[in-house]
Design a protein around this ligand. Sequence first.
Ligand SMILES: COc1ccc2nc(C(=O)O)sc2c1
Length: 283
Amino acid sequence: MRLDIVSIFPDYLAPLSLSLPGKAIESGLVDLRVHDLRRWTHDRHRTVDDTPYGGGAGMVMKPEPWGEALDELVPDAPVPDAPVPDAPVPAQLGRDDELQGNQAPDDRSQDDRALVGAPRLLVMTPSGRPFTQALAGELALERHLVIACGRYEGIDARVVEHARARMRVDEISIGDYVLNGGEAAALVITEAFVRLIPGVIGNPESLAEESHSAGHDGLLEYPVYTKPPSWRGLQVPDILFSGHHGEIARWRREQAVEKTRARRPDLLPAELREIIVGEATSS
Ligand SMILES: COc1ccc2nc(C(=O)O)sc2c1
């Protein structure tokens, strides 16, 4: 995968050279290129923003630098008409695939598979669609991603409008809170999808039982323990010493369901949602 990230604070993306993303880059699985948006400015002050039309507080990112950046990073290559080689199946898709009826890539139509090879622009914005594990699984399949990190009050809307005419564009948010710019969000989504690229994590099985993974029905993870067996008067649950793998798996599933029910009932599979009949009929 080629990954271009454009920001006015390129140093903010330095942590991507550490840990897992760093290993993915060293191994050549990810070709990361971080760019300073000001490279595509031509005035003495390297201006990237201006006052908003219609008034209002703050500044808006000018369209020209972004337009020139995308022209350079995503030349107008036609969508590949050659058959797309088998796309690597993602280590996992998230639960909201079931909710949204998404198919695993091997069920994609030929057109969809052809698009997998076309560049995809991700614009980080608080008004974007929520980033999910399912989307992370999709992005792990892409060959060329460009991530645009907004700042100030956002990027002139014509940048996305123009880009949509020539590439796939997703406006994405990592959550319902306010950041100062898209760089932190870019770090988060990059960590989430790079680890799903086949070959990045040594043991893909470790992905199967993570929170939000389809292999775990999208449930939250069960509690984990390691040595010592007793720590500050707190014991490891006896079941984990039993050696009964079936019983241990059952206990872990129960723990995951209860944790999900308590913290994220919205993630519970329909068949596990409690129907409290008594209360419903007493009135
Ligand atoms: C102006 O640029 C911003 C500002 C806030 C923000 N918040 C994001 C989020 O994903 O929550 S992306 C993003 C970009």
